[in-house]
Write a protein of this length. Structure first.
Lengths: 205, 205
DNA sequence: CTTGTTTTGGAATGATCGTTCCAATAACTT
DNA sequence: AAGTTATTGGAACGATCATTCCAAAACAAG
């Protein structure tokens, strides 16, 4: 029944995702989406219930194609502080690669643009936060197994701290394309975490 | 020449500020502003060039009536780490006082909502960032005078780190009204700063 | 070719928005 | 009081938006 569309469904959503990411949900019109995706108005409305449904598909695809490749390293079984550092490096590299168009994180941008009323959207954003928190907690817990300096409550506090710090990093990465400052921030964050956990200072790039 | 308006100019801007703060620039219509400020459409357009000019007046007033009372303690001459802690406490108290309507920081919300094209607005937002950075740098420098553990470059890095962390805190404070988590974050941040600077752990409330 | 099904491009709809304009009203001055 | 100025409420305008609708075109299968 589902027949091949001119641009595949993934390609369609990817185009839409790119637009939403760059300009934000409210600043993308259906006309923009028609032009950018190359799919007609009629087809868009037959494939998706409306603009919001299409956006939700983009949020889901963002998890697959952006969050997982970047954050997966932290979520793997034996990950520790070094993997958190890898994630931050990846984040910095992405930023340095596109110094002009600084888009930040789609989830955090959206969080600042919607109201709590749009609860379907909000649900997805919360899930993203929980995903990151869980991954960070696991990595810090694993790291702590080696040195045993912190108890569970302290690990939890550090995980939360790291999560919020990363949110600040994303926020800062929008507008300010001073990648040296961002790098410095990541180094400071990692070095603070390391010293608190009793890890010898890491030798980053 | 300038005669007294029915609601004083400050009261007018305060009403508009409240709306912009709660809903964001793009989600406030001129109709909303007329209803909320109690000033007619005609008068609004004779007092301000348009919606954006009114918003700029609100951003300026936000600095006077919100940022200065909260952040001034860090900007005073002899301020150190303790005053940074006071600022964070103030921030947490503000958050706990309005657990329902969590508005975050007007400047950071706006930063996530506008595009770099709106450069007049962007200028004001950048100035806010510079103000906070300068105040934090000064306070950390002052604190470091007592212990002499860090050099200038490290102070600069720590100031930047603190600034971005505070941005993350503001971002987190929107939506999540889990004030215990926010408090925990502030405590972790302060304790990390203190240990890095060689300060005995502070006894917060 | 001839059906039957998708897809297209664009017109039409109804809503909201920022801004302008202006006659009616209120407030102040002399 | 009358005369002058400031303010009001709302109509009107032009623009943009999400959504709906549909005749024409493209395509697939028999």
């Amino acid at each position: 029944m589902a027949r091949a569309k001119s641009p595949s469904r993934h390609a369609l959503v990817d185009s839409a995702l790119k637009l939403f990411w760059k300009r934000g949900y409210h600043r993308v019109s259906m006309g923009d989406l028609v032009r950018e995706t190359g799919v007609s108005r009629g087809s868009l409305y037959s494939d998706f219930a409306g603009k919001e449904a299409l956006f939700h598909a983009c949020l889901d695809r963002y998890q697959e194609t952006v969050v997982t490749p970047a954050f997966g390293v932290v979520e793997t079984k034996g990950a520790g502080l070094a993997e958190v550092g890898q994630y931050l490096d990846n984040l910095l590299a992405r930023n340095a690669a596109h110094p002009d168009a600084n888009t930040g994180c789609l989830v955090l941008n959206t969080l600042a643009q919607i109201t709590p009323q749009e609860s379907d959207t909000m649900t997805r954003l919360s899930a993203h936060g929980r995903r990151l928190h869980k991954g960070l907690h696991q990595a810090l817990w694993q790291e702590n197994q080696k040195h045993q300096k912190l108890d569970e409550a302290e690990i939890e506090a550090l995980a939360r701290f790291t999560l919020i710090s990363i949110q600040g990093l994303w926020a800062q990465s929008r507008g300010s394309s001073d990648s040296a400052a961002l790098r410095q921030y990541c180094e400071t964050l990692l070095s603070l975490l390391a010293s608190r956990m009793g890890v010898e200072p890491l030798h980053g790039t």
